[in-house]
Design a protein around this ligand. Structure first.
Ligand SMILES: CC1(C)CN=C(N2CCN(c3ncnc4sc(C(F)(F)C(F)(F)F)cc34)CC2)S1
Length: 489
């Protein structure tokens, strides 16, 4: 059974980051499962004391002691911990007869959280993810509601209820075999919540939002990784609270070293972002972390996740490694091409829009400024990866109820493609196999998009081998891309 044990209470009052690490270590390493409510309350108090503008300047704590924190007293935590227990036990008066949760139980816990939230507030505000926010301000963001439901079920003794995470939504799984699932929170703006319902079986199941039914299914330890990932160090739009950011990085390393991030690509990516800013001595470099996140998504989630490639592409872009960035973004595009675009997919749409209409045009401007000796504009593999990137977006649109591309995409696209000279473009040979899938290759090598996947009947056609090749002029590009490339030839 989880819980706030004497050995945990003995660590209080907490004065520095190392003691918070010790609390997490004790909770994570002992046989019993970590107590989600306790850990969420602790990091929530610390985050809010260091980021709320009100008392930020008045912090009284020894600035000279190693990684010191504002004094965290035991009774501050105990009061909130007991309050959460009471809310759950009184509102959900269960005869703890059943050892596994039911849909009715999960819905009732979700209702308790839902009905106790403030009527209306700005849902996207920072610092609304923890039980501290729920218990002191009755406010939670959409992740926070899902997390609170799982923490509530743990408090009630149901250790079969777990957090399920896509790249932009959270829900829960439960039952004897963990095969039941239910919506417990809202998603996006202006959408009716589907709380209590099973996860979309209809068209929404082919949308990126549900990652083709390959979500991250959390263990208790991975739920701790989710609450740590959700720590938000931002003080304001330009600055982070240093101690909060350092605490998040140290906690992610603790979870990484204990092996709890192996099946959690986004948490590995978050650690990579923090390491890029300030790397910790003796740890794997951030470049390796971004690669590990991709390997994890390929191994455990059938390469259906986009963010591991955009974490890596963002890293290459910030470090002016433009050839590598194009490859990462083309790989991201190879993932999205499998999906149908639905109105719930705005987040990933904005991600691709920013890459296509901000980041790539910026790279083109810099590279054609004439001062880059080793310019990517002379590299056929860069042109090939760019075409693969754009083609994936075109294919994403194909068969979707909602269009993706509009004239705003065309200008930067044509502008970008036309920056590559004809002799460079001529070195890219588009080969199309029987299924009409495009593969981009250069003369003496070949770039095959890594999934011969027919979106419609969901099959992988067998032969990725060299079949009847044609060149770019006869390439079976997506019509809109063909028109655009014709415009440039
Ligand atoms: C390459 C990027 C643009 C950089 N940051 C990215 N993040 C930041 C961290 N992030 C995450 N990092 C860890 N875990 C989760 S669970 C989750 C979610 F499913 F959407 C939820 F729960 F609804 F909020 C999001 C998310 C979302 C993706 S993607």
């Amino acid at each position: 059974m989880a819980g706030f044990r004497d050995i945990d209470k003995a660590l209080f009052p907490i004065k520095n980051i190392n003691t918070v690490l010790q609390l997490f270590r004790q909770q994570l390493e002992d046989t019993c499962e970590p107590d989600l409510a306790l850990l969420s309350i602790v990091v929530g108090i610390i985050e809010n004391s260091l980021t709320s503008r009100s008392n930020a300047a008045l912090q009284v704590y020894e600035p000279f002691e190693q990684n010191s924190l504002p004094l965290l007293e035991l009774d501050a935590v105990e009061t909130l911990y007991d309050k959460f227990q009471n809310i759950m036990n009184t509102a959900v008066n269960i005869n703890k007869s059943k050892s596994f949760a039911t849909r009715d139980l999960v819905k009732r816990v979700s209702d308790v959280i839902w009905n106790s939230l403030t009527r209306s507030y700005y849902k996207d505000r920072a610092h609304l993810q923890s039980l501290y926010s729920y218990l002191t301000g009755s406010k939670l963001d959409c992740f926070g509601v899902a997390f609170a439901v799982v923490a509530g079920c743990q408090t009630l003794g149901y250790n079969d209820v777990h957090l399920a995470l896509s790249e932009d939504h959270a829900w829960v799984v439960f039952g004897e075999h963990g095969t039941e699932n239910a919506e417990v929170t809202w998603h996006g703006k202006g959408n009716e919540d589907k709380r209590g319902q099973e996860i979309g079986k209809g068209v929404s199941s082919r949308s990126w939002l549900y990652v083709n039914n390959k979500p991250v299914i959390c263990t208790r330890q991975m739920e701790v990784a989710a609450l740590v990932s959700a720590i938000n160090p931002s003080l304001n739009s330009t600055h982070d609270a240093y101690e909060v950011s350092l605490l998040q990085q140290e906690l992610l390393w603790l979870l990484y070293d204990l092996g709890h991030l192996k099946k959690y690509p986004m948490a590995i990516g978050n650690l990579g972002d923090l390491e890029e800013i300030s790397s910790k001595e003796g740890k794997v470099p951030c470049k390796t972390l971004f690669e590990e996140a991709i390997v994890s998504a390929r191994r455990y989630y059938n390469n259906q996740h986009v963010y591991p490639y955009t974490y890596q592409g963002g890293y290459f872009y910030r470090n002016k490694m433009y050839k590598e960035a194009f490859e990462s973004w083309a790989n991201a595009s190879d993932v999205i091409r499998l999906y149908n675009y639905s109105r719930d997919d705005e987040e990933i749409y904005k991600e691709f829009l920013e890459i296509a209409n901000e980041l790539i045009p910026h790279i083109m401007k810099v590279e054609s400024s004439g001062f880059s000796a080793n310019t990517i504009l002379k590299k056929p593999e860069c042109f090939a990866n760019l075409l693969r990137f754009y083609d994936g977006i075109c294919q994403w649109e194909e068969g979707s109820a909602t269009p993706v591309l509009h004239i705003g995409w065309a200008k930067p696209l044509v502008n970008t493609i036309s920056k590559f000279d004809a002799d460079v473009r001529a070195q890219v040979n588009i080969v199309c196999d029987k299924s009409g899938e495009e593969k981009f290759s250069k003369k003496n090598g070949s770039y095959f998009n890594n999934n011969n996947y027919d979106k419609e009947n969901g099959s992988h056609n067998s032969d990725a081998s060299k079949s009847n090749e044609t060149d770019i002029s006869a390439g079976n590009f997506h019509p809109s891309l063909e028109a655009l490339t014709a415009a440039c030839s």
